[in-house]
Design a protein around this ligand. Structure first.
Ligand SMILES: [Zn+2]
Length: 465
């Protein structure tokens, strides 16, 4: 959620409410304190989500793909003892050790890099389930680390996707019938139920039926992999699943029962996924949903005792360009001040305001984006499984641009043009914003290293290390 994503989402949100858009603000833009975050990791100029979230939750930068272990651990270290010796204590672990409650909420798999950095220690973010690990690995997989997390009764709330990572390969998924991924025979959803006052839910009806006052440990896994994009959630999901706002609200209602307080991590994880797929529409609408979740959190808390931080782990190569006039549809063709037709490039062709420097929307010599190959396809997208791809595939050489129409570019599945063909649009290296409300929020000012976020949280919670 880089700055360009926030600006474009603010305009989209304003236009979807009938305004010109530019004057609108997302909820978290009203935060009184702001800083910029330098996101590089120990070995990456442009980082992935593993070391960036590690920096935020441990105060220490590490190498790419590593989750809450220091940079002395080699990438993909197999030996659990080496990982254990070099693990970094997380703010979530400290919260639990100090008698507080703790939760993680995401629209990605709950074992994906960002949520995983809060509770797991491993030098390969892809080891989300045991069958993903190479032979000889003694480091436990991430799903097992979530359920086996034992500090003061374990994690209290975990809501998101990734159900098959918790189920044995002898079991079938209750919603889609696909096989579980675990080869160790464990069913982690039933292991979760060994906790006191615990519940496991996998659909919206069961989720809605959870009484926060009668439930102390809640595991909710609503899809085999990532949950649906917000705009697809109601139409595409078989058994129904809660929104990011629904999950945030339920999590706070369970966690706030603890008089010692709580730590909660909420991730709008699919903003990133939509960008990787080259689809601005879903990136903007996911950002709108994150804004709604922040509003729900603000309504449920008091800035006198609760620090709320909104930030991104990294940016994306997403730009807002041309000279569109005030109120020009943000997803539309660029049309200048006073113009009645779209602005034209040096080839005499119209262009959009939103574009990507690289990614799946590369069109090369074609004069259109043929359906099925250049439009958004969740099932075939680079994010259907696996980790963050950086591998270019072969495309025909560029010698032209597509002929775009307003109808084409405002289609929800349109992929904005990209200059360089990659099968997954990439992250970007520029600073991201940190917005903050509440105790110690004033410590955020200027340009800070990303790991400063941990230190502000530790200061606010009274356990700076
Ligand atoms: Zn990413």
């Amino acid at each position: 959620m880089g700055i360009s994503t926030i600006t474009a989402s603010r305009i989209y949100d304003g236009q979807s409410k009938g305004g010109k858009g530019e004057e609108n603000s997302l909820v978290f833009e009203y935060a009184p304190y702001l800083a910029l975050s330098k996101t590089y990791s120990v070995d990456q100029q442009t980082p992935d989500s593993a070391p960036t979230m590690t920096a935020m939750v441990t105060g220490v930068k590490t190498i790419g793909d590593s989750l809450s272990v220091n940079h002395y651990v080699a990438h993909s270290e197999l030996n659990a003892n080496v990982v254990d010796t070099n693990k970094l204590t997380t703010i979530l672990e400290q919260a639990k050790s100090n008698g507080m409650s703790a939760g993680v909420v995401s629209t990605a798999r709950i074992t994906h890099a960002t949520p995983a950095a809060t509770y797991a220690h491993t030098a390969n973010r892809d080891w989300e389930t045991d069958s993903n690990r190479p032979a000889g690995a003694t480091v436990p997989d991430i799903a097992a680390q979530l359920v086996d997390f034992s500090v003061t009764g374990g994690i209290d709330v975990a809501l998101g996707g990734g159900r098959t990572y918790f189920l044995p390969n002898t079991a079938t998924d209750p919603e889609y019938g696909v096989a579980g991924k675990r080869k160790d025979g464990r069913n982690l959803t039933t292991d979760w139920l060994k906790k006191t006052n615990s519940k496991y839910v996998w659909n919206k009806a069961d989720f809605d039926a959870i009484d926060p006052n009668a439930t102390d440990h809640l595991l909710g896994l609503f899809e085999p992999s990532h949950v649906h994009y917000e705009v697809d959630r109601l139409t595409h999901d078989k058994a129904g699943e809660p929104s990011l706002t629904d999950m945030t609200t339920k999590a706070i209602d369970i966690l706030k029962k603890n008089p010692n307080g709580y730590f909660l991590m909420v991730e709008g994880g699919r903003i990133d996924h939509a960008h990787h797929s080259g689809n601005a529409y879903r990136a903007l609408t996911e950002t709108q949903q994150l804004s709604a979740a922040v509003l729900a959190a603000i309504k449920k808390t008091d800035p006198k005792d609760t620090l709320i931080i909104v930030t991104a782990d990294h940016s994306h190569v997403f730009t807002i360009g041309g000279y569109p006039q005030r109120g020009n549809p943000i997803l539309g063709l660029t049309q200048g001040v006073g113009a009645t037709t779209p602005d034209l490039d040096m080839l005499g062709l119209p262009y959009t305001t939103l574009n990507y420097a690289n990614g799946t929307g590369y069109t090369g010599a074609s004069n259109a984006q043929p359906a099925g190959t250049k439009s958004f396809n969740e099932a075939k997208g680079p994010w259907a499984s696996g980790s963050e791809g950086h591998n270019p595939t072969s495309y025909s050489p560029a010698n032209g641009r597509p002929v775009l129409t307003s109808a084409l570019v405002t289609n929800p599945d349109y992929l904005q043009e990209a200059s360089i063909p990659l099968n997954s649009e990439t992250h970007a290296a520029e600073d991201v914003a940190i917005f903050a409300y509440g105790p110690k929020a004033h410590l955020f000012h200027g340009i800070v290293e990303q790991n400063v976020i941990y230190h502000v949280m530790a200061e606010a919670l009274g356990f700076a290390k």
